[in-house]
Ligand binder design. Structure first.
Ligand code: RIB
Length: 314
């Protein structure tokens, strides 16, 4: 494969400890009757796995602790065909852990102990890592990694004509210098509001928020709105994609699956509208199953889901 067809993901690796229970407890409350699961997680790792399963050629740059969680995570990435040579093991840190509570409608609440994820600083970037980023077609990142690393890598990518996709999660303010070198930004409603101060309540407000980001120099804005679908805006395009209707078991990582599948589709030369449809289908499949990486579908599953969904509507 031409080296420019490759995807590099920079981001977090966590192990998710999940309890699915009737509802998410209020502060000071204990809710019993839950079921426990553990699964691979971390926004970076979820997106890397989703991209690889959706057909992308993926290298993952991440950091884990020197514990069983870290070793098992790396094993899992390898099983998905991800290049893990740049997943660094930090001797004095522990692997990131996320405590996730999922209620009966599939909504969640997450608390993260970042562990080794905070060690992934620009000073850790060897010449080989820098070369890998420069020779990628797409660089996909999120915000569970130190912001100086995101800014450093985005600049490196932009100077070398590598497309930067930023999923700005968890929500935080971003500098105009960073925004102007982002090719595709994919905030959800909360993140879009944080970045633009416009509350997203419908397509019109999503459009207004997108225009603020386009003015700051972002080339493509995709606002994801969960079961309300997603809105795509560039200077030339204005497109709304309805969410595929499914039975939601766990919405954790749906956005990560969306981003991974989006990157995979773009890396396979699909246009942005087709890629948004493909990513939406992948995200819909993911919410029908518990767990982050456990729920990311492969290319065949996404394609057959899209075909059968279309047939159902006809
Ligand atoms: O986006 C979902 C992810 O956020 C979970 O897998 C958890 O690890 C947190 O990072």
């Amino acid at each position: 494969m031409h080296p420019k067809l490759k995807i590099t993901v920079i981001g977090s690796t966590n192990v998710d400890l999940i309890i699915k229970s009737p509802r998410i407890p209020a502060v000071g409350e204990t809710v019993i009757g839950g079921e426990f699961f553990s699964a691979g997680g971390g926004k970076g790792a979820n997106q890397a796995v989703a991209a690889a399963r959706a057909g992308g050629d993926v290298t993952f740059i991440s950091s884990v602790g020197s514990d069983d969680f870290g070793a098992k995570s790396i094993e899992g990435f390898k099983e998905d065909g991800i290049n893990t040579e740049f997943v660094k093991i930090f001797e004095n840190s522990s692997t990131g852990i996320a405590l996730i509570m999922v209620d009966s409608s599939g909504q969640n609440s997450i608390s993260v102990a970042s562990g080794a994820n905070v060690d992934l600083l620009p000073s850790e970037f060897s010449d080989e890592i820098i070369e890998r980023i420069k020779s990628s077609r797409i660089l996909l990142m999120q915000l569970e990694t130190p912001i100086e690393t995101i800014e450093y890598a985005a600049n490196l990518a932009a100077q070398n004509k590598v497309s930067v996709i930023l999923n700005p999660a968890p929500a935080q303010k971003l500098s105009d210098d960073l925004l102007k070198i982002i090719d595709i930004i994919t905030p959800n409603e909360v993140e879009a509001e944080m970045l633009t101060e416009i509350k997203i309540v419908d397509i019109d407000s999503a459009k207004s928020a997108s225009e603020v980001l386009l003015k700051k120099g972002v080339k493509t804005v995709i606002i994801t709105m969960g079961s309300k679908g997603c809105y795509l805006r560039t200077n030339e395009l204005d497109f709304y994609q309805q969410a595929f209707k499914v039975n939601t078991v766990d919405s954790t990582a749906a956005v990560d699956v969306f981003n991974g599948a989006l990157a995979a589709s773009l890396s396979l030369n699909k246009n942005i509208i087709d890629s948004v449809k493909y990513a939406s289908a992948a995200a819909a499949i993911s919410v029908t199953k518990i767990g982050a990486q456990d729920s990311a579908p492969n290319k065949d599953k996404i394609e057959s889901f899209m075909k059968s969904y279309k047939t159902k509507l006809e």
